[in-house]
Design a protein around this ligand. Structure first.
Ligand code: SAH
Ligand code: SF4
Ligand code: F3S
Length: 477
């Protein structure tokens, strides 16, 4: 089934409500703040929420307490994400007590779960707007109602998306960074891995047209983008309903003048075609890094997870990739403590990590998600065992990551500069105005100092030191 497209630039209601909200504020300066939880898809979708709020007349602020509208873009992938969001909702009730005209909204994966959305509606009266995933076209209307209606019933909106097969095009976007940009190629997931909530909250797979994606890519490059990361829950199944392939899309993007680097995430091993593997050899802009979630090194557990590949298949993909692009670096996602995971199964994961030599891994303790098959499987693993396994896995991966980083020392690499590093940089905060950061093609951060702002430039750097997964370097003239 082909998705139906909602063009927001032509959407009558969407644009009328934007004008109405603007008319309400008049000359008054208003501010927005968006909290983001979850994956890169969510980070990018928050850029869209910010874009819509900017159209409504709300400028971004760094300080949530000075905001007039606050949105929380949620994630429900693990229990930990959910509890953080509930804690934040508590904090925001104090903000609202101090500033009753503040509008608070919540959206994204957690709210798309009907039970949770209803709980918010009945128990958290300081929340005015509740939107699920794929419902951004409702944001201006919801905001208008929150601002104009006195009666709680009309003021507070709850809107969940029940149409699986729609795509919004031309959503306004406020991009955080100009040089490296996210570009969504598809939405949803059809895979139903037994532990995962995503297919229930993000709906079925639907791909944007290649024309729309290529057009976006050209516009991004015109406005200064050098690197594009293609986004989707399962990007390499892109185009199935359009009779088009992901590898073909990469080859077309590789022809876009002025674009320097292409990345994508996340890909599912079962959908890695030979055509895509070969694209790593053919497309000079496709960077030599691939995030390829393994989840477990035990084929038994992979089967219970409904991953639809086994260790041999995975091994074979990696072998082919390294043949085509010997310098490719891999990263991965791993889960420990899936129901029924034995000591031997866990050991198989450690063995796989040793074998694959990932440059980086996101490792998680299995978290049961209501409504998924694994949540009701027998032999749930006790929390202390999950924790113990997770720590062992993290220790092993850290030692491998450090070794791979240390191998860079003394080498010369190409970096794409993302400019100055602020005091808020996660890996290496700095108050030195000349301290800057760039990324290698293998997606490693390199910190360096330079006399002028190098943002957006491709530079050659010699690596001088390594700390965990990040590198330090000096620029070559
Ligand atoms: N679509 C992507 C991943 C989406 S979620 C993919 O398939 O690769 C990101 C990661 O969260 C997953 O790869 C998995 O490792 C982890 N994850 C998902 N559900 C989880 C759960 N219930 N408990 C623990 N980790 C989970
Ligand atoms: Fe979840 Fe599996 Fe889909 Fe990834 S592929 S989003 S892990 S169901
Ligand atoms: Fe979380 Fe939704 Fe992404 S559940 S990981 S924000 S798809």
């Amino acid at each position: 089934m082909k998705p139906s497209i909602i063009d927001l630039s032509q959407h009558k209601e969407f644009n009328e409500y934007i004008s109405k909200v603007n008319a309400l504020s008049g000359e008054k300066k208003l501010y927005q703040y968006v909290y983001t939880f979850g994956c890169q898809m969510n980070v990018h979708e928050s850029e869209m929420i910010q874009g819509i709020l900017l159209k409504c007349g709300y400028e971004p602020t760094q300080n949530p307490e000075s905001a007039d509208v606050i949105m929380i873009n949620t994630c429900c992938i693990r229990e930990h994400a959910e509890s953080k969001i509930l804690g934040l909702l508590g904090t925001l009730s104090h903000f609202k007590a101090k500033k009753p005209e503040l509008v608070i909204g919540i959206c994204g994966c957690m709210t798309q779960q009907e039970e949770f959305a209803k709980k918010i509606k009945s128990k958290f009266h300081h929340v005015d707007i509740i939107l699920g995933t794929n419902s951004s076209q409702k944001l201006p209307e919801s905001l208008y109602r929150a601002l104009t209606q006195q009666e709680s019933k009309k003021r507070r909106t709850l809107y969940l998306d029940h149409e699986d097969m729609t795509i919004c095009e031309n959503t306004p976007i406020l991009r955080a960074k100009g040089v490296c940009s996210w570009l969504t190629v598809m939405y949803g997931c059809n895979n139903f891995c037994t532990y995962c909530i995503v297919p229930y909250v993000r709906g079925r797979e639907r791909s944007r047209t290649p024309e729309a994606i290529l057009n976006d890519a050209r516009l991004l490059v015109e406005s200064g983008t050098k690197e594009i990361t293609l986004l989707g829950q399962n990007v390499n199944s892109y185009g199935k309903e359009l009779d088009y392939s992901f590898a073909k899309l990469i080859k077309e993007l590789n022809k876009v003048d002025g674009l320097e680097r292409i990345r994508f995430m996340t890909s599912h091993p079962k959908d890695i075609s030979d055509e895509l593997i070969n694209a790593f050899g053919e497309c000079d802009k496709l960077c030599e890094h691939l995030h390829l979630p393994l989840q477990s090194g035990s084929s038994d557990i992979l089967s219970k997870m409904n991953r639809r590949y086994d260790m041999d298949t995975y091994r074979n993909i990696v072998k082919k990739l390294r043949n085509v692009r010997p310098d490719i670096e891999l990263s991965t996602d791993l889960i420990v403590g899936f129901p029924g995971e034995t000591d031997d199964d866990f050991k198989a994961t450690l063995d796989a990590v040793n074998e694959m030599q990932y440059s980086f891994a996101f490792s998680f303790a299995y978290s049961p998600r209501k409504g998924t098959k694994a949540a009701v499987m027998e032999d749930q693993i006790p929390e202390p065992i999950k924790k113990e396994r997770l720590n062992k896995l993290i220790d092993l991966q850290n030692s491998i990551s450090q070794k791979i980083s240390a191998n860079y020392v003394g080498k010369t690499v190409e970096i794409l500069s993302e400019g100055r590093v602020g005091a808020d940089d996660e890996a290496s905060p700095s108050n030195d105005p000349m301290r800057q950061v760039g990324r290698t093609r293998t997606n490693k951060k390199v910190y360096f100092t330079a006399d002028n702002d190098t943002n957006g430039q491709l530079l050659q750097a010699r690596i001088t030191n390594s700390v965990s997964v990040t590198l330090g370097g000096e620029l070559l003239k």
